[in-house]
Design a protein around this ligand. Sequence first.
Ligand SMILES: [Zn+2]
Length: 298
Amino acid sequence: MSDRVIRALLPDPGLRLTVVDARRSVAEAIARHQLRAGAAVPLGRALMGAVLLLHQRPKSERLTLQFSSQGPLRGLVADAYAGGAVRGYVHVPTIRFPLQDMDRLAHAGLGRQGVVGTVREMEGGRLEQGQTDLATGGVDRDLELVIERSEGERSAFGLEVALRAKDEEEEQLNVVRAQGACLLGLPDHDPYAFDAVGRLVRSLPLTASAETLLAELAGDFAVEVLDEQPLEFRCRCSLERASSTLLLLGEADLLSLAAEPGYAEITCHYCGHNYRFEKDALTLLVTTSLEAKAGKPS
Ligand SMILES: [Zn+2]
């Protein structure tokens, strides 16, 4: 089943509940960055966290989470867009923890010392930014603290990435499950219902899809689905953007690069795609750029 995010309301107790199933997106991120368990779990959680935070407020175009920490991962970036796209990367992708210890070590990659920055882009381009100290480094509690500090609201997050090794060295990982949920209260919500549903959200029951997760978490409360969207790992990089990055070097340096043997390469952090510029492409890039400048009135 493809990845989905569902935003719903439990009208009776006044709760907002957003759920995501991101198994394929997380698997794509792990494969693109060739991550082992120690990096795959925090990145998978953060990708889902960014999606849930994006959908928590209507009219949001983009939500970026930037974790910077003292832990071995040093940090990570997760970026979710309206329209069902998510992408991200970790700063040190090579760390590996034994898969059997991941329940215990899920927090250890980031560690407790650090900050999480949030950037929300609203329709029309307005930016809202914030920064909060890490609570645990496990991403879920850290995002609860982000909401408490930025909106003054209580929330409950559950983010679960379950992996299985395809080989003994745990070089190749299967994503058995990647699901998440975020609970928020409307003004005048029922606090007892919040606690009951919040406990379920934090322990996140094992289910087959976003729909079944939503039904399981809502329990006996009536559910009103506000919107539902497919989700995929999708990057925004392109040859044009890679070319612009190269041009920052300046035309003279690019020409001397083109005169040397080999090629120039730009790698996208978010998706790991390599843009390779052979000698001819570099020369063309410089010529086009110089022509464009010459054509501009000074
Ligand atoms: Zn990319």
